[in-house]
Design a protein around this ligand. Structure first.
Ligand SMILES: [Fe+2]
Length: 236
């Protein structure tokens, strides 16, 4: 974090699926937002306590179980507002009390900290990334040297292709990627490094991307993911 920023982002790696849970702390107000609370909520609460912040907001990148199974637990301790995209709420079908439903491009104010909501469908219909200045919490859309599966219910590899293309062209290369899982040889990266070394960022052709995502990748690549040179994604 730069001293000029009004916020700090803290990361916890929790649970059997190596989820990253992020706490965005607004320094002036003592408010915090937790992104994808799951697995070990006492650790999340302890982190908030260490920084003397109140969790006032919960941001969901998507509604898969491994990203949401701590919501109720957080709400037992903090009176927090839940945020997710409208498309994801429709897909999820859950009736948690009165979440704030967003569209891509919305901004959430956390004290002096502004959080931009990006709609990034592909892993699920209403997947979101949350951008705070130059940092992007990318959920299961973009991993370090990987991307989210598209073969689960609600997944769509064609949408993922367009989402990753948009990210490449619309976000600055020095954007810091904070992914939803620790699947790679490093925990964070920049978008520029991903454009270079993330195989899912190398496709110009939709059909080839879909074949790679749906049929080729999981059989031929092992975690922890490292960089792949452009042209080395698939033999054909
Ligand atoms: Fe997921």
């Amino acid at each position: 974090m730069s001293a000029t920023h009004p916020y700090a982002i803290h990361a916890l790696e929790l649970g059997p699926m190596e989820n990253f849970v992020y706490l965005i702390e607004d320094l002036a107000s003592g408010r915090a937002a937790v992104v994808d609370p799951a697995w070990d909520v006492p650790q999340v609460l302890a982190l908030a306590e260490r920084h003397a912040v109140h969790i006032t907001d919960i941001l969901l990148t998507h509604s898969h179980h491994d990203h949401i199974n701590g919501i109720e637990d957080v709400l037992r301790h903090h009176d927090a507002q839940l945020h997710l995209l409208k498309d994801e709420a429709r897909f999820w079908g859950s009736c948690l009390d009165l979440p704030t439903l967003h569209h891509g491009g919305d901004r959430i104010s956390l004290g002096d900290t502004e959080i931009e909501v990006l709609h990034t469908p592909g892993h699920t219909p209403g997947s979101a990334c949350y951008r705070v200045a130059d940092q992007l919490m990318s959920g299961d859309t973009l991993f370090v040297f990987g991307c989210g599966r598209c073969d689960l219910r609600g997944g769509d590899p064609e949408q993922m292709f367009h989402t990753l293309n948009d990210m490449q062209h619309k976000l600055p290369a020095d954007t810091i990627i904070l992914p939803g899982h620790n699947y790679a040889e490093k925990t964070t990266s920049t978008l520029g490094e991903q454009i270079e070394g993330n195989p899912f960022m190398h496709f110009d052709d939709l059909g080839r991307f879909v074949r790679y995502r749906m049929h080729y990748h999981d059989r031929h690549r092992q975690e922890p993911y490292g960089p792949v040179h452009k042209g080395q994604e698939m033999p054909v």
